[in-house]
Design a protein around this ligand. Structure first.
Ligand code: PTJ
Length: 269
């Protein structure tokens, strides 16, 4: 499907946000992003607007806990869907390098170009995008090692036996709540990236980073680099002192305060 070439002037006040949209639209044109992924991004944008389109303190606290959790993991896995493969494949590959995690593609929506309604062609395209962006090995691109995550009925439950199914820690971004809950029920520690602090995913995860994946995936890799010199005890302290419910409450309060300030005429959040 053809996508309009860039027409966003350098001076446009919302240039950054429009460029991200364009990246996603290009991914849609290349059959990487599901049509529903465009709508999901719109919901994320609305929350991002409310938090002020920057990485806030509550997100930084979660990034630190997530970095410690990943560094302490024995078999970490990073799950990548169509939106993430289009928006920040290089940052996801960088996070895998910083943590020794495996990268696995995972899709919810069927491939629009597949008459049988499968996800494998889109999975392969996402794996290719990740490889081009520097990922060494990408799991989940073929049915060969596919298994099922118990407690999921959707395509999200199809996972690689060497990846998410074998992992002790799984990072998911822009995830649906069912799989986040099923991963947690399977005994895995779940790290989620979700701009919506009210989502089922945000509540089901052990560490939820309420931030735009475009900003925080690279920031998480950088934090792993900064913490990698720390001893086990310090990392355990950073992981175990984090309270996800309290941090989500901080995110909601910050959003409410920003909206109140706006309503009072005091500017944006
Ligand atoms: O490629 P697929 O088939 O695996 O499908 C991917 C999507 C995103 C379409 C699928 O996972 C989906 O439908 O997700 P949901 O249930 O709409 O949830 C996506 C969540 O991510 C929502 O809570 C959004 O607010 C949030 N979100 C959207 N864009 C971003 C985001 N969070 C962080 N960064 C974003 N850029």
């Amino acid at each position: 499907m053809p996508v309009m070439p860039a027409t966003i002037p350098e001076t446009h006040p919302r240039r950054e946000s429009l460029l991200v949209r364009e990246r996603l639209a290009r991914g849609f044109g290349e059959g990487l992003v599901a049509a529903e992924g465009l709508m999901a991004h719109g919901r994320g944008e609305a929350f991002d607007y409310i938090i002020g389109e920057r990485t806030r303190g509550f997100a930084r606290a979660a990034i630190r806990a997530a970095a410690a959790t990943l560094l302490l993991a024995e078999r970490p896995a990073i799950s990548v869907n169509g939106n993430v493969a289009a928006l920040c494949p290089g940052e996801a590959a960088g996070l895998a390098r910083a943590t020794g995690a495996v990268v696995e593609v995972n899709m919810f929506y069927a491939d629009a170009g597949d008459p049988a309604g499968g996800t494998w062609a889109r999975r392969r395209r996402a794996a290719a995008a990740l490889a081009r962006a520097g990922a060494r090995e990408v799991l989940g691109a073929s049915p060969e090692n596919a298994g099922r995550l118990p407690g999921t009925d959707s395509e999200r439950g199809t996972a690689d036996v060497r990846g998410a199914l074998a992992a002790d820690v799984v990072l998911v971004a822009l995830e649906d709540g069912d799989r986040a809950a099923a991963l947690a029920a399977a005994g895995k520690t779940v790290i989620a990236i979700d701009l919506n602090p009210l989502s089922r995913t945000a509540a089901a995860a052990h560490v939820t980073i309420v931030d735009n994946v475009v900003r925080c995936m690279g920031e998480l890799a950088a934090e792993c680099g900064r913490l990698s010199g720390n001893g086990r005890e310090e990392l355990e302290g950073a992981r175990d002192s984090f309270d996800n419910a309290a941090n989500l409450a901080s995110a909601v309060r910050a959003m409410a305060a920003g909206l109140e300030a706006r309503a009072a005429g005091a500017g944006t959040a």
